[in-house]
Design a protein around this ligand. Structure first.
Ligand code: FAD
Ligand code: DHB
Length: 394
């Protein structure tokens, strides 16, 4: 086969880029290692910034999101059981966030792709990138036992942190930065009404907890657990008990518990690969950077990479602007590092670090107290939480 853009990975980055390119009349084929059902079974992000929402709309897959997504004009925090609210709109010229799960975004994009006749090859095994430094790169993969070759102009690496695209760039060309945290998040999804009408980020001496949701009848909760914990060390009852200890007491009292639909542990990591473009390969989303989930930035950062890559490809195909290629990495990295910083800061502010002493805990408490009670502090949190603006290509 031959296409213009070979997209590796059918997560939110790959599907969103594919849909935007298809709409713009730029040929693309997506190669995904897993099945579609498997991709949909991974429960991940839940909070969309307005820039992400607009881009999903622009791709033509925003109808259900606009109907079912929950607009949140504020977010809540608690420290040792004391509950605080931050209004987002007064500090951000009226911006808000939309609570709509990554699973739903993915499902809507898959359906839109099917409707517009876009090609996604699921269960594409052993994907390999070739001749990426030349002007005739190609990708090989195995599908239903046969080896295929896909010739293309550019390769969009949307294949997540463990994907093949980043690994195809020569190791001595990769500029990487990493920080691993000594804990993970244990998440539980249940068909129970959310305990609060806004999300609540809870700092507590027993560890961080987050009360989130997917709909008025579906809740998503997380608790900080040591990175040595395995999912087998936990059960639903133990989870609910621990959650109740970390959230404000009046919330613990009204918390409705129920059977878990899903329970899993995600490790926390900050990672940036500053080499976001090399030869004909572009890296987007988790393939290029990972943030700890605390700031709800992972999926939103992926969307801002897609925004930049999509507008670049349109300029290349419509106006022959290959001179703009170096702008991709410049634009994406500036925004990436700011989101990486915010996610790291929220993580440090709200989690319990067992290596920290009494002094550190007091300093953390004072920092929280300062940010929550200062106008400037609340503005900083609100401005970052709703998402920094997408930068134009020129
Ligand atoms: P992915 O969603 O990882 O998609 C990459 C796709 O590429 C996958 O479908 C994968 O199967 C495919 N692929 C990989 N390798 C290959 C290959 N060799 N060949 C072909 N295909 C391949 N963010 C939040 O904001 N809040 C959260 O609560 C949150 N929880 C998370 C929990 C976990 C366990 C993880 C891993 C991430 C979480 N994130 C969260 C981050 C957020 O989900 C990601 O930022 C988002 O999924 C990035 O989208 P992506 O399309 O770039 O990558
Ligand atoms: C969710 C996940 C996050 O990381 C976050 O900051 C907010 C919400 C969620 O899964 O609902």
């Amino acid at each position: 086969h031959k296409t213009k853009i070979a997209i590796i990975g059918a997560g939110p980055s790959g599907l969103l880029l594919g849909q935007l390119l298809t709409k713009a009349g730029i040929d693309n084929i997506i190669l995904e290692r897993q099945t579609g059902e498997y991709v949909l079974s991974r429960i991940r992000a839940g909070v969309l910034e307005q820039g992400t929402v607009s881009l999903i709309r622009e791709s033509g897959a925003g109808e259900r999101m606009d109907k079912e997504g929950l607009v949140h004009t504020g977010t809540d925090f608690s420290f040792q059981g004391e509950h605080f609210h931050i209004d987002l709109e007064p500090y951000t010229n009226g911006k808000h966030v939309v609570v709509y799960g990554q699973t739903e975004v993915t499902r809507d994009l898959m359906e839109a792709r099917e409707k517009t006749g876009g090609v996604t090859i699921y269960q594409a095994q052993n994907v390999e990138l070739h001749d990426i430094e030349s002007d005739a790169p190609y990708v090989t993969y195995q599908h239903e036992g046969e080896v295929h070759r896909l010739d293309c102009d550019y390769i969009a690496g949307c294949d997540g942190f463990h994907g093949v695209s980043r690994k195809s760039i020569p190791a001595d060309q990769l500029e990487e930065y990493e920080k691993v945290y000594p804990f993970g998040w244990l998440g539980l999804m249940s068909d129970t009404p959310p305990v609060n009408d806004e999300l609540v980020y809870c700092a507590h001496e027993r560890g961080f907890a987050l009360c989130s949701m997917r709909s008025p009848t579906r809740s998503r909760y997380y608790i900080q657990v040591p990175d040595t914990d395995k999912i087998e060390d936990w059960n639903e009852e133990k989870f609910w008990d621990e959650l109740k200890r970390r959230i404000p007491p009046e919330m613990a009292e009204r918390l409705v518990t129920g059977p878990a639909i899903e329970m899993s542990i995600a490790p926390l990591r900050s990672y940036v690969c500053e080499t976001m473009q090399y030869g004909r390969v572009f890296l987007l989303g988790d393939a290029a950077h990972i943030v700890p989930p605390t700031g709800a930035k992972g999926l939103n950062l992926a969307a801002s990479d897609v925004d930049t890559a999509y507008r670049l490809f349109v300029k290349i195909y419509e106006d022959d602007r290959t001179d703009l290629i170096p702008r991709y990495q410049e634009i994406c990295l500036a925004r990436t590092w700011k989101a990486v910083r915010f996610s790291w800061w929220m993580t440090m502010l709200l989690h319990r670090f067992h290596s920290a002493g009494r002094f550190d805990f007091r300093a953390q408490q004072a920092e929280f107290d300062y940010f929550i009670h200062s106008e400037a502090g609340r503005a900083t949190i609100a401005e970052n939480y709703v998402g920094l603006p997408f930068e134009a290509l020129e």
